[in-house]
Design a binder for this molecule. Sequence first.
Ligand SMILES: [Mg+2]
Length: 166
Amino acid sequence: MTSLGYYLHAPGSRMDVVVSDIDSTLADTRHRRHLCPTVDPTRTWDDYAFDCLLDTPIAGPIALLRMLHAAGYGIHLVSNRPASAAGETRTWLAGNHIPYEVLRLRGPDEELSDGLKLRYLREMRTFGYHPVLCLEDWPATAAAIEEAEGVPVLCVNPRYSDGHPG
Ligand SMILES: [Mg+2]
């Protein structure tokens, strides 16, 4: 590693990063499931996301993020939530004391797919960041991240008991 590389990855530099999903990984979304377009086609992803302020925090993964942040890791939150819900999302994150440096949501021209997270993992490396761990609830997305980007994934089970897909 070059001296610059050593500096970038020194403990506490936040260049070693934990990348976390939000919905059903940090936030229990079940109360707004009826607003999900896959459940009610008359609704939009905006309708679904705007109601996130009432999400219940999922305590375990949030506790892990706090510990890793205290240990000097960067926390980047990457979600397919529409960017139009950034305000509500930041309010919810602050209200639940969830640490993060970056919030990356889905832009208006981006399709809803795993591509957003895979692209983010690739792009962050070009800025010197090193993704060391991902938190994700959706098994297919977790597998895609490990296979395409080689980043280990802690696959979170939100313990929904009603078969809700997340
Ligand atoms: Mg999720």
